[in-house]
Design a protein around this ligand. Structure first.
Ligand SMILES: Nc1ncnc2c1ncn2[C@@H]1O[C@H](COP(=O)(O)OP(=O)(O)OP(=O)(O)O)[C@@H](O)[C@H]1O
Ligand SMILES: [Mg+2]
Length: 269
């Protein structure tokens, strides 16, 4: 090989940060077996912002919970950062989530007896970070998010938008590679919703983090690079976007489906 050839830097082949294959989830109740997911294939690339859009009951939250390791699939495989989370023990999964994943819930899920600082610092407490250090970090982050006056407030003393900012700070505090959000603005008015979506996407971008969010609001898909349309527990259609700009649609995602470890593809199964 001559020197010139040796000096050419070849682009690294990017691997998906989240990949799921043939994901199925059946909920068994006394009355019925509910097929919430019917075989979903997804690949999400590092730094990508991906929206999951669909009607109520279509399986959005189920898909997000499985991808984040909050729930286990009935069958199928899920890889996060190339680790097979479907094969992890409960303890391994909790530990993995603590260090690599942030989750934002529609209903904020803050601890009612804790202040904003204590809520945000909580993941660091589980990581064994000393109180003074974790609370100083939480305070810095809350100030950056415009909550300087709410540091000592409890959730009941804050507006919905303020509570959701606290919960986003809690999701970001351990500097996760991936942020999952399930209808993060579902309980907020439209102006506050936009602020929260701006804040969350900018925070993810600043850190190069991957963002995967569920929404039923078409307008919020403008915050995504890709939109997975989910219907009756399958990915029905995948839309690739230039964020906040033009939209190109693909009605035949199957042609995108290649090796799960090699490519970004979201395909109907
Ligand atoms: N724990 C559970 N036990 C039984 N059935 C469940 C459970 N969780 C979800 N389901 C069912 O699975 C299907 C998909 O639910 P999921 O919560 O994923 O929908 P969704 O798209 O998030 O809806 P929404 O927009 O209303 O939040 C629904 O039929 C729902 O009733
Ligand atoms: Mg839901």
């Amino acid at each position: 090989m001559d020197n010139m050839t040796a000096d050419i830097a070849l682009p690294a082949v990017q691997k998906p940060i989240v990949a799921a294959r043939d994901l199925k989830k059946i909920y068994c109740t006394d009355a019925a077996r509910i097929h919430a997911l019917n075989g979903v294939d997804v690949s999400i690339m590092p730094g990508e912002h991906c929206a999951i859009l669909g009607t109520s009951g279509s399986g959005k939250s189920t898909l997000l919970s499985l991808l984040a390791g909050l729930e286990r699939p009935t069958s199928g495989r899920i890889y996060i950062m190339r680790r097979p989370i479907h094969a992890m023990t409960e303890k391994e999964m909790v530990d993995f989530r603590l260090h690599n994943i942030g989750f934002v819930f529609q209903s904020f899920n803050l601890m009612s007896m804790m202040t904003a600082v204590e809520n945000v610092a909580m993941p660091l407490m589980f990581q064994g970070v000393p109180k003074a250090v974790r609370e100083a970090r939480a305070e810095r982050l809350l100030r950056k998010m415009g909550l300087a006056k709410q540091l000592a407030s409890r959730p009941s003393q804050m507006s919905g938008g303020q509570q959701q900012r606290v919960s986003i700070a809690r999701a970001l505090i351990s500097q996760p590679e991936i942020i999952f959000a399930d209808e993060p603005t579902g309980n907020l008015d439209s102006a506050t919703s936009r602020q929260i979506m701006d804040l969350m996407t900018e925070a993810a971008d600043r850190r190069g983090a991957t963002l995967i969010f569920v929404t039923h609001d078409e307008d919020h898909t403008a915050y995504a690079d890709r939109v997975l349309h989910i219907r009756d527990g399958i990915v029905d259609r995948v839309e690739t976007r230039t964020r906040n700009a033009g939209v190109s649609t693909s009605r035949d995602p199957a042609h995108e489906h290649q090796n799960p470890e090699e490519t970004a593809s979201c395909a109907k199964h």
